[in-house]
Design a protein around this ligand. Structure first.
Ligand SMILES: Cc1ncc(COP(=O)(O)O)c(C=O)c1O
Length: 442
């Protein structure tokens, strides 16, 4: 069958979450990475202000992770994932259980944050059903929540562009709590905003509306990232936890971004002092080197589901690459590095410097908000009169082409996710460069 003529070596690849036409007109190509830098295809050295895509907190091409991957791929490249096992997956599960808050001590592996979110929702439904509470099927997410791109994740997620084309096929029986960003109350907050804990009480309203006996789980990112970094209001997560406990609803923390040091602790649950029933992770679990995700659950959930005739499968769910040996090896080496290098402590100590540097942009006339928590921060720009998103994109491109700096933008929100071991001077240089860019773009 004749194929459409493409005329360009860039034509075949359909880039994810990318303005393809615009990108292909002037591609921003990364050819190599090491430490805190990328090198572009044209040989420029670029500082990475986003640690990959929230993934690579230790820096790129960490020698110990590279070595672990190289050794593993030559020793056991793949191991059948169903009805068979291999030692490194068990070792990694145990290490994660040790790191997780008390009571969370089993790991189910998958390959991404999206798969982790959908797996967690399925586990929540299976748990209630196994305990004879099969009426608990409703799922509650939050406006502006991001739980990946699979159907479960976009259904409980609350990012409109990710949902609108698929509206008719979203899961039924899903409600959303309100998001917590309100610039008239919270703008330019440093760390946790003081206003907004009461928004958790919306969950009580939903319990009254549906009767809690119909609600399975609530899923939230403790500190939402991809939607533009919305630090949780003081006391908000505790309130959600209490309402869930009161009504027998499982609380799921999506820590795909938050876990592994991003908020100065192994898990946001620890940082915010609120323990959920389920935690989802991905990204930093392997420092982004090999795709991997994990759903961490309490013993109570594991035991409720893993029962019945011993020769039968208890949960009909899993992936060909669940617990992949190379990913597990990368995960173990990553956890070793976090521990050996004191990464979580280092990240925590950097927070105040990062906060000061990012808030140095607060006085810029194009900036309408700056917010931060841990080593996550956002600089929200006023939209260009010609259309929302143009100014953010212009800033992203000007950083790349003019300042040798990789900055992520979500519409007009510039997002920052510095390395967990970033150098203070690099942080101040980053925001000096961003200021220059804001001065020059329209
Ligand atoms: C909180 C959260 N959940 C899920 C995902 C989806 O992860 P993935 O892109 O690995 O599927 C992301 C990705 O950024 C995320 O931030």
């Amino acid at each position: 069958m004749p194929t459409q003529s493409t005329n360009s070596p860039l034509s075949a690849y359909w880039l994810p979450f990318t303005a393809n036409q615009d990108f292909k007109a002037a591609p921003r190509m990364l050819a190599k990475a090491e430490g805190h830098y990328y090198w572009s295809e044209d040989g420029r050295k670029l500082y990475d202000s986003f640690s990959g895509l929230w993934t690579t907190g230790l820096g790129h091409c960490h020698p110990k992770i590279v070595e672990a991957v190289q050794t593993q791929v030559a020793e056991l490249d793949y191991a059948m994932a169903f009805q068979m096992g291999h030692p490194k997956a068990f070792a990694l599960a145990e290490r994660l259980a040790d790191l997780a808050p008390d009571g969370i001590n089993h790991a189910f592996f998958c390959n991404s944050g999206s798969e982790a979110a959908d797996s967690a929702l399925k586990i929540a439904l299976a748990y209630h059903r196994a305990r004879g509470e099969g009426t608990r099927t409703r799922l509650i997410g939050r406006e502006r929540g991001y739980h990946g791109v699979n159907f479960g994740g976009i259904s409980v997620g609350g990012m409109t562009p990710n949902r609108k084309a698929f509206n008719a096929c979203l899961l039924p029986g899903v409600d959303h709590l309100p998001h917590t960003l309100n610039l008239s109350e919270n703008a330019f907050s440093k760390g946790l905003p003081k206003w907004g804990a009461h928004l958790a009480d919306e969950l009580e309203r939903l319990c009254t509306l549906h009767d809690a006996s119909n609600i399975a789980a609530v899923i939230v990112e403790p500190a939402p990232g991809s939607t533009g970094i919305l630090p949780p209001p003081e006391g908000y997560l505790r309130r959600l936890r209490d309402i869930c406990t009161r009504h027998g609803i499982l609380l799921i923390f999506d820590e795909v971004i938050n876990a592994f040091g991003r908020v100065g602790a192994p898990f946001a649950a620890e940082r915010f002092g609120v323990t959920p029933d389920i935690i989802t992770t991905a990204k930093g679990i392997t420092n982004g080197v090999i795709p991997m995700g994990a759903v961490l659950v309490s013993a109570e959930i594991y035991k409720a589901i893993v029962q019945g005739p011993p020769h039968l499968i208890e949960l009909f769910h899993g992936y060909t690459y669940s617990g992949h040996p190379v990913a597990a090896a990368a995960g173990l080496a990553t956890l070793d590095a976090y521990k050996d290098e004191g990464t979580f402590e280092e990240a925590r100590a950097l927070e105040s410097i990062f906060e000061e540097e990012i808030h140095s942009l607060s006085d810029h006339p194009k900036v309408i908000d700056v917010r931060n928590i841990g080593l996550m921060g956002a600089v929200e720009l006023s939209p260009h009169p010609n259309g929302a998103g143009q100014r953010g994109m212009a800033a992203h491109k000007a950083c790349f082409w003019n300042e040798d700096l990789v900055v992520r933008n979500g519409m007009d929100i510039l997002q920052f996710s510095p390395f967990l071991n970033a150098k203070p001077d690099d942080l101040s240089e980053t925001f000096e460069k961003v200021r220059r860019v804001l001065d020059t773009i329209e």
